[in-house]
Design a protein around this ligand. Sequence first.
Ligand code: 6GU
Length: 254
Amino acid sequence: MKIDLISILPEFFDSLNLSLIGRAQQDGLLQIQRHNLRDFTFDKHRSVDSPPAGGGAGMVMKPEPWALALDHVLEQRSDDAAHTPAAEAAGTGAAADAIDSPVLIIPTPSGEVFTQQTAQQLAQRKHLIFAPARFEGIDERFTEWAETRCQVRRLSIGDYVLNGGESAVVVMVEAITRLIPGVLGNEASLEEESHSDGLLEYPVYTKPAQWRGQEIPEVLLSGNHAKIQAWRRSQAEERTQRIRPDLWQKHQSC
Ligand code: 6GU
């Protein structure tokens, strides 16, 4: 998978060079490229923002640097040998093309909510481009124009406000890339974790069997795998009903 990150704070993404995502890049499973939005400005101050039309607080990001940056990233893609007309013609048709075509993700608290299902959809794609804004967001005309160039999704990571989209990008990139085969050491852990089946994960324990007066639930020491599985399932259901009645309702209706 190729990921392009366009931002005025490209250093924000240093953490993506650590741990499993860093390893995935070294192993060639993932290619993350950062771009400084200010490289797509031409004035002395490399300015990317301007006061809001109609007045009001804060500043709005100008559309032109974003458009130039997106064009640059999309052109780089067509320079890539894998996307020459001959290579595309040799592909397997519309289905492969849909997965190959890039998706632009604009992080914003006014977008649709990013969930495990969104992560699963995006993990199928070959090329993601993230455009995190600072200030009060990007001039809306950029989004309209970008929709003529590629698929666009406006995504929020939850109902709260951040200073900018960069930390949301780190969250989304981590949630998406860990679903790429080979990125996690232990792929089996994907199947049992919270949200993979619409339920919260059951509680987990490790040695010692007794710790500060608390015991591990007896069933986990029984060696009876069917019993253990049933216990974990009932714990996951109980936890979901108690902590996330909204998820439980959704789970019941599926
Ligand atoms: Cl994606 N961006 C910002 N600035 N705030 C957020 C968010 C994104 N998701 C939740 N809050």
